[in-house]
Design a binder for this molecule. Structure first.
Ligand SMILES: Cc1ncc(C[n+]2csc(CCOP(=O)(O)OP(=O)(O)O)c2C)c(N)n1
Length: 561
């Protein structure tokens, strides 16, 4: 049974559907599929023993290739360890095909090893869950499996992309006899989904035009998204043509839109009296999560009277509690076609106001950093200034916040961060997934808790010469020293910061990575040059940081207000 044709057909269908990146964790129950995929010449396999890491590596691979990656693991708690990455993929709209091997259904809850309730186990964080029949060789079972697999693969990609789970029970024997013939049949069912290029009807465009004409202050705000040259051009055209401000924080990847307003945390951190003049009439949003807390507070306090959200299908989140219109198109198409209805406008005080705020905010943060002692902000600013043309990966907690505050250079190729669920558990593994498949120079900026939490991201045989890591080691969750709530508690250091004394030197040694260390600006300058030199494995630059950020941050907040 283990090399039944049905199982080989599963691999063949995935290959013909172009879903050929397999992230695999070892085990016996998944052996039939492990062998079916690894003996097929059409797959690129990544063997990752820690399933939690495997999940995030697959997320990084699917994100960088913009197509589904396959996750395959054995039964039991191995399955649950895929959960964190699946939730992140769900909220970041990343396509994953999750295949979990399982015990035969009659053995669940019968004290059999590695047997848990896997059916629909991810139902709250996947687009759809399926289960294959346990008997594989009946003609109808073969058809059901082939049809369901096609549906699952297509469902990961259409509309808002996301993870799809197939639970696959297997009976023994799991391992093939060595002499059994092993042949992949090209003639399998492969369903082709004919994508349509959607657009709004003429009437819809006319009604939007009416709304636009009634608005004096139109504001375009982008949430998390990947870098798109089509979107960058379309937004630049609208901005110039109609003098409309385009706002986006670090993870929106709008840093290449010339004139985009990106220092949102600083501009919108001012007193309310200074913000009233910046309130929109018509708010247009698109994309995913926002890093900037002040942006969220500002648009919830001063929402536009009309709020269009652009997202291809399904009911989008109402992040600013003001949603009035859903535009079911992908942002590239919408903003490219928007010029059809936008009345041209030569400059406007509204537009100029935002440009002035942006310029002042950029100067303010640079001036502030220059005036401070060596600290996280200064260190990150130096790293960003030395990192050209890199794909930037930002760990959650303060790294993504500091980069958002400082702003990134247009040369930066792309920015990724797990802002779907903002966990600190898979930031490194996701960057590893990108580095394994994007062929670019990758730079991860991470805190110490996030790096040591995810150190198994390096526990595999894949070399990562194009991955550079900057570790900001403040020996604990430094963010808790900045937040008003925890920093006033006597238990701050013990229960929230959870001080830790680790350095990354042993980690680098364990996994054969290049290790650099510094604890002041002068040495940081020297080491940054070394960081970007070529090595045959990943390189970690550990920056030991003084515990001075809490006071500096309070000073900065006052300065902004
Ligand atoms: C999986 C997970 N567990 C706990 C948290 C809560 N949390 C948010 S930030 C943080 C500390 C992160 O510390 P570090 O990575 O060192 O960054 P720093 O705060 O020092 O910048 C924690 C524990 C989380 N976001 N994700």
């Amino acid at each position: 049974m283990s090399n039944s044709q049905t199982i080989l057909d599963i691999a063949e269908i995935c290959a013909q559907q172009g879903v050929n990146k397999l992230i695999l964790s070892s085990g016996s129950r998944n052996a039939p599929l492990t062998l079916a995929f690894s003996r097929h010449s059409g797959f690129c396999n990544y063997l990752i023993s820690d399933e939690r890491v495997a999940g995030y590596v697959a997320l990084g691979i699917a994100q960088s290739l913009k197509r589904p990656a396959i996750l395959l693991c054995t039964s039991g708690t191995a399955v649950l360890n895929l959960g964190p990455a699946i939730a992140e993929a769900y909220y970041q709209h990343i396509p994953l095909l999750v295949l979990t091997a399982d015990r035969p259904p009659e053995w669940i809850d019968q004290n059999d090893g590695q047997a848990i309730r896997q059916r629909n186990v991810f139902e709250n964080h996947v687009k759809k869950s399926f289960e294959f029949p346990v008997s594989l060789d009946h003609e109808d079972a073969k058809w059901q499996i082939q049809r369901t697999l096609n549906e699952a693969i297509i469902t990961t990609k259409i509309g808002v992309p996301g993870p799809v789970h197939i639970n696959i029970p297997f009976r023994e024997p799991l391992y093939p006899d060595t002499d059994t013939p092993w042949k992949y049949h090209k003639k399998v069912q492969v369903v082709n989904f004919r994508q349509t290029k959607k657009d709004l009807s003429q009437e819809q465009w006319i009604s939007l035009k009416e709304q636009w004409k009634c608005a004096d202050k139109v504001l375009i705000v982008g949430g998390q998204g990947t870098l798109s040259s089509e979107l960058t051009t379309a937004l630049e055209n609208i901005q110039t043509m109609a003098a409309v401000p385009v706002l986006g924080d670090a993870v929106s990847n709008l840093h290449r839109v010339n004139g985009a307003v990106t220092h949102l945390e600083i501009i919108l951190g001012q007193e309310d009296t200074k913000l009233v003049g910046l309130c929109p009439d018509l708010l247009i949003t698109f994309g995913g999560a926002f890093v900037s807390r002040n942006l969220k507070m500002f648009l919830r306090k001063f929402p536009g009277s009309i709020h269009w959200h652009v997202q291809d299908s399904e009911f989008p989140p109402d992040t600013f509690k003001s949603l009035s219109d859903i535009i079911p198109l992908d942002p590239d198409t919408f903003f490219t076609n928007l010029k059809k209805i936008v009345p041209p406008m030569q400059g406007s005080t509204w537009y100029q106001q935002w440009q002035t705020q942006e310029a002042r905010a950029g100067e303010l943060i640079q001036e502030f950093i220059r005036g401070e002692d060596f600290c996280e902000l200064q260190a990150i600013d130096m790293v960003l200034k030395s990192a050209k043309e890199v794909h930037l990966h930002l760990a959650n907690s303060t790294p993504v916040r500091w980069v958002d505050l400082i702003g990134v250079a247009p040369e930066t190729s792309e920015i990724s961060a797990n802002r779907g669920t903002s966990g600190i558990d898979g930031c490194t593994s996701t960057a590893v997934g990108h580095a394994l498949t994007n062929g670019k120079q990758n730079l991860l900026i991470t805190g110490d808790m996030a790096l040591f939490y995810d150190r198994n991201a390096f526990w595999h045989q894949n070399k990562l010469p194009n991955l550079k890591i900057v570790l900001l080691n403040n020996h604990g969750g430094g963010i808790f020293r900045l937040l008003d709530g925890p920093r006033k508690q006597p238990e701050l250091e013990e229960l929230f910061v959870t001080k830790q004394s680790l350095s990354a030197e042993n980690l680098a040694k364990d996994f054969g990575m290049k290790y650099l260390y510094c604890n002041n600006a002068k040495d940081l300058t020297k080491n940054l040059a070394h960081l970007f030199e070529p090595y045959d494995q990943a390189c970690i630059l550990e920056i030991e940081l003084p515990d001075n950020m809490s006071d500096i941050y309070q000073k900065l907040k006052t300065c902004i207000r």
